[in-house]
Write a protein that binds this ligand. Structure first.
Ligand code: AMP
Ligand code: ZN
Length: 114
């Protein structure tokens, strides 16, 4: 999508700090980190949110989660642990409408049972 900022990051029309890339997926650092390590993983193909992606192209879910698995193991993030979050719509506080998965870690995270 031409006006989508994450599509522009895929096409390298706007800068990002990439930590991972393969044929299908890229991972880059979030501009406003909410944890010591805060990455965003996205499929190169545009979809607006997790429901859009799951309905239209469910295989893309495994593309993204394989990428997260590969990156988290090679970077060492997986040995201390991490959290994956995806936001949808207004109550989910989604602000960028290209499906993305926040990968948070590098420190003990609060919330969700702690
Ligand atoms: P969400 O609220 O789930 O839609 O998350 C969007 C995320 O994208 C936020 O955490 C932003 O900090 C992040 N973000 C927005 N623009 C950029 C950018 N150009 N590069 C990296 N991260 C970005
Ligand atoms: Zn997009």
């Amino acid at each position: 999508m031409s006006d989508c900022i994450f599509c522009k990051i895929v096409k390298e029309e706007i800068p990002s700090t990439r930590v991972y890339e393969d044929e299908f997926v890229i991972g880059f650092r979030d501009l406003n980190p909410l944890a010591k390590e805060h990455l965003l993983f996205i499929h190169r193909d545009h979809s607006k949110d997790i429901n859009d992606l799951s309905d239209a192209n469910p295989a893309q879910l495994s593309d993204v989660f394989k990428a997260i698995s590969s990156y988290s193991k090679s970077s060492g993030l997986a040995s201390s642990g991490f959290r994956v979050v995806t936001n949808l719509g207004s109550d989910g506080c989604q602000t960028v409408f290209h499906t993305h998965f926040h990968v948070l870690g590098g420190e003990k995270l609060g919330g969700f049972g702690s």
